[in-house]
Write a protein that binds this ligand. Structure first.
Ligand code: XMP
Length: 608
């Protein structure tokens, strides 16, 4: 069947694929295209969407693409970098400045335009950019501007357009769920402005995936790494349905980085799914902890974990005499894009299922990943369609490297590079909120304007309501370059110093983190919040506050999200915070407790 379709040009932004997903949701096929594809490749589409990018339009970066696409007689919508490129191409000006992260209010200056049909005069949108459009060319006009929450001047030209050229641009990311009515904006563009007929469906996608699996696997079998998380569970069921249970072997590895009692629960889950006979279990915690010994760098740790998975997998396949198999993985799309796995995307963090040896196996056609195109929310939908039980599908996402990315390590040396500037700038940004800031001498991973940011967190102490805390967090990370995260002190004392203590990936520290994490999970369940909250990592930071010696800081990171590409911090009820204060601060070695109040961007969900 012929489907009307849209080309999404992937300039390597974190969310390019999400644009395609959003368009497919409307029932219109969307395909990813590369910016240098020949102009003929764009024929046959009804419209084009240009994605964001880690490149800076103001500096002329990544400007060598197929510019002839601007000559095509079809509507084009640009988002973020795409918006800036459209403005520039038609005689406007793009400057390096006017940066914004996170929520912003979009005020429509052309609410009557078909692009904004059904929308309010003020809409919540999501921003992540360093550059902005400072002027537009002839035939273009402002469609909307955003207001700043921190008192700086309004950001003009946040939405622009020209009906003469049929070219439109949004500085904000309409594709992320935090742009509340982004779906509506895409529907207006795709259905009304491009005139597409909505004929595409998710069921068709599932049938196509099964077929793809059968073709790729041929007469061989699949050996799937099954963590028991949502993705590997849904992948196991798709493979079972496509190939029959006898051609699917599952391996569950206890890597020593699991939650408390996790492996027992996973074995029980696969029994319930009728895959118990095909599940092999191995305790490989010695291999993993051995490989991680003495490491402190987050990317090095991720690579070591990924490599050890492959080593253990190969050793077990040999021991179990499983021959002629492909490696199965429950990889989903964000794993690829955040690893920098699309042609231009920056490496935010290497996901364990995207390390070098796996990339080589993929190139040789030895890996099968039925969910590689999907986001978590779609994986769950597919799972529901396949009849997988609610409690298996709605478990909190848990990263492949497990507690490995939540247990920070240090050799005890304070990381104070740039503190001469960071400390006074942070103090200036925090004073108007009545909070005491402490820039921490360690770093965590974040993402800013599609680029990895390995920067310092700030600990904020003092009383403040939730709204003030969020505004303080967003204002500090926005104003102070080098700060990507703010956490709020839940401990009884304020501290004006902090120093890292020596701490590596040892069983003792992991056991401590497992206890704290278990307390948080139990707390969420007992307050009926487990289903409501999307994910709540508990992070162990080898950091002593004040004079404490030695010390570990525990950080709680409850967030709302749908697709993990963006996230907003969640407020936990005071009685739950009181319970956690009492229990976690009572754990031996824990001297501090804090709540992460950072959105993604600029902080990622996990700390490493
Ligand atoms: P970040 O920390 O990048 O995480 O905001 C986005 C989502 O992905 C999960 N995550 C991983 N999942 N392998 C996985 O399977 C990984 O290496 C990995 N790293 C992060 C994270 O828990 C969150 O849900």
């Amino acid at each position: 069947m012929h489907h009307d379709s849209i080309a999404v040009v992937d300039f390597g932004g974190q969310y390019a694929h999400l644009i395609a997903t959003k368009v497919r949701r409307i029932g219109v096929l969307a395909e990813i295209r590369q910016p240098e594809d020949p102009i003929e490749a764009f024929a046959g589409y009804r419209g084009i969407i240009l994605s964001g990018s880690p490149a800076l339009s103001s500096h002329g970066e990544d400007s060598e693409y197929t510019k002839a696409l601007y000559e095509l007689d079809m509507p084009i919508l640009g988002l973020c970098f795409g918006h800036q490129e459209i403005a520039k191409h038609y005689g406007g000006e793009v400057i390096h400045g006017g940066r914004e992260w996170g929520h912003a209010d979009l005020h429509l200056t052309r609410p009557d335009h078909p692009l904004f049909k059904g929308l309010d005069a003020v809409e919540q949108v999501w921003m992540s950019h360093f550059d902005s459009v400072a002027g537009v060319g002839e035939d273009f006009e402002e469609f909307g501007y955003t207001t700043s929450k921190d008192g700086s001047p309004d950001h003009r030209l946040a939405a622009i357009g020209s009906d003469v050229h049929r070219r439109y641009g949004f500085q904000f990311h309409a594709e992320v769920d935090d742009t509340i009515h982004g779906d509506r904006m895409f529907a207006n563009f795709v259905l009304d402005i491009c005139g597409c007929e909505p004929t595409w469906s998710m069921e068709a996608f599932i049938a196509e995936e099964r077929e793809k699996v059968r073709r790729l696997v041929g007469d061989d079998s699949v050996f799937l790494l099954a963590s028991g998380g949502v993705d590997s569970t849904v992948a196991a069921v798709i493979l079972r349905d496509a190939l029959g249970p006898d051609r699917v072997n599952l391996l569950h590895v206890d890597n020593g980085l699991m939650r408390k009692d996790e492996s027992k629960k996973v074995v029980a889950l696969f029994r319930r799914l009728g895959l118990g006979d095909h599940l092999h279990f191995i305790d490989a915690s010695d291999d993993f902890l051995g490989a991680l010994e003495g490491m402190t760098d987050p990317e090095e740790k991720r690579h070591a974990i990924g490599q050890t998975f492959v080593d253990v997998f190969n050793r077990e396949a040999e021991r179990l005499e499983i021959q002629d198999h492909l490696l199965g993985q429950g990889t989903i799309y964000p794993d690829t894009v955040e690893t920098g796995g699309t042609r231009r995307a920056d490496t935010i963090k290497t996901h364990h299922n995207r390390v070098a040896v796996i990339e080589e196996m993929i190139a040789e056609g030895k890996v099968v990943e039925p969910l590689a195109e999907l986001y978590k929310v779609e994986v769950r939908e597919v799972g529901e369609e396949l009849g997988i039980a609610h409690e298996a599908l709605w478990r909190h996402p848990f990263p492949g490297p497990g507690l490995g990315v939540r247990c920070l390590c240090s050799d005890g040396t304070p990381d104070t590079e740039g503190f001469d500037r960071l400390v006074p700038e942070t103090a200036a940004a925090a004073t108007k909120f009545g909070l005491e800031p402490l820039v921490l001498p360690i770093r965590s991973v974040g993402v800013k304007a599609d680029v990895r940011a390995y920067e310092h967190p700030v600990l904020l102490s003092g009383e403040a309501d939730w709204d003030t805390l969020l505004r303080a967090g967003s204002s500090i990370t926005q104003q102070v370059l080098g700060i990507n995260r703010c956490i709020w002190n839940l401990g009884p004392e304020h501290h004006d110093t902090a120093h890292p203590v020596e701490g590596y990936m040892t069983r003792d520290r992991l056991d401590l983190l497992r206890e704290a994490d278990d307390m948080v999970m139990e707390g969420l369940r007992s307050y009926d919040l487990y289903d409501e909250i999307w994910q709540c990592p508990t992070v162990l930071v080898p950091l002593a506050l004040g004079d404490a010696e030695p010390g570990e800081l525990v950080v709680l990171r409850p967030i709302f999200s749908k697709r993990a590409m963006t996230a907003t911090p969640v407020r936990l009820p005071d009685p739950l915070l009181d319970d956690l204060r009492a229990s976690i601060l009572g754990l031996p070695g824990v001297t501090g407790l804090a709540l992460d109040i950072t959105s993604k961007p600029p902080g990622t969900i996990e700390w490493e």
